[in-house]
Design a protein around this ligand. Structure first.
Ligand SMILES: Nc1ncnc2c1ncn2[C@@H]1O[C@H](COP(=O)(O)OP(=O)(O)OP(=O)(O)O)[C@@H](O)[C@H]1O
Ligand SMILES: [Mg+2]
Length: 265
């Protein structure tokens, strides 16, 4: 895998992301203030943090849409981004959106394969305006996947979806990751979403990574699993929104609500 240097540093093939002392300053504020971060190939990392802490700024740096003020950003060259909104081109059919800028039978075939993967093969010739929010977001995922990225960057991709569609999207993203094994950086406000999907969770605070945790919860993950509940409590405490409840109460609540608990920040 080749890496792109935003500023010079050593090459390695072990990591999809290598950040060294990264700073990004807007006005007088260092939104990112000396971030050191390595993400291994095929690692699934979720990034949590209150609004305005720099999660999107971090993702934009990783995607190459923005630059650092200092420090080094090294990322896998082959990477894709999915944003909160699908950003489809309305004047192009679904398949053309998947392989934007490319034409011909080969491109259409590739688009169809990607659309099959996200369960939308029947919509290959549809117009974006006829799609539901969840379908449009699946097209955005297909567009990201068609490049077979080594690094998949997801900025709150499920935030605008209803609860049921979200659960289906979690399953889909989990399956796609199992199949293709890209490194993933998922920015989210949803603590449960982070625990359900990620191997590792980072909490951004005050320009740095305040917490960097491995998710030691058995898969398939169950929101009522005591290890899940305990990790949720830890993360909520770190984010400063933990309810004054004991773990046992949270377990009971999770069971009573059949696992439909949501803790957003
Ligand atoms: N291009 C820019 N110019 C000036 N300030 C910016 C710019 N981009 C981001 N900021 C500021 O940097 C801070 C972090 O923004 P960012 O979008 O990264 O936050 P976030 O953690 O993604 O928030 P949210 O959870 O609300 O999406 C904010 O205070 C924002 O106003
Ligand atoms: Mg953001």
């Amino acid at each position: 895998m080749s890496l792109v240097n935003h500023t010079p540093s050593q090459t390695t093939t072990l990591h999809a992301v290598e950040l060294t002392q990264v700073r990004r300053i807007f006005g007088k504020r260092a939104v990112l203030d000396g971030i050191d971060l390595k993400i291994c190939q095929a690692e699934f990392v979720a990034v949590l943090g209150p609004s305005g802490t720099g999660k999107t700024t971090l993702l934009r740096l990783l995607s190459g849409l923005d630059r650092t003020d200092s420090g080094s950003v090294r990322v896998a060259a082959n990477r894709s981004v999915v944003f909160q909104e699908p950003r489809l081109v309305f004047a192009k059919r679904v398949w053309e959106n998947v392989v934007l800028g490319r034409k011909g039978i080969g491109a259409r075939r590739e688009a169809l394969i990607a659309l099959e993967e996200v369960g939308l093969a029947t919509h290959v010739d549809a117009w974006p305006k006829t799609l539901s929010g969840g379908e449009a977001q699946r097209v955005a995922l297909a567009r990201a996947l068609v490049k077979q990225p080594n690094l998949l960057l997801l900025d709150e991709p499920f935030a605008s979806l209803d609860a049921l569609t979200r659960i289906k999207m979690y399953e889909l993203v989990g399956q796609l990751w199992e199949r293709h094994h890209p490194a993933v950086v998922l920015v989210t406000h949803d603590v449960d979403e982070a625990i359900l999907l990620a191997d590792r969770i980072l909490v951004l605070a005050h320009g740095t990574i305040g917490l960097d945790l491995t998710v030691n919860v058995d898969k398939p993950r169950d929101r009522a699993d005591p290890a899940f509940v305990s990790l949720r409590l830890r993360l909520l405490a770190e984010l400063g929104v933990a309810p004054a409840q004991q773990p046992t109460e949270l377990i009971q609540n999770a069971v009573l609500s059949h696992g439909r608990t949501h803790h957003e920040i």
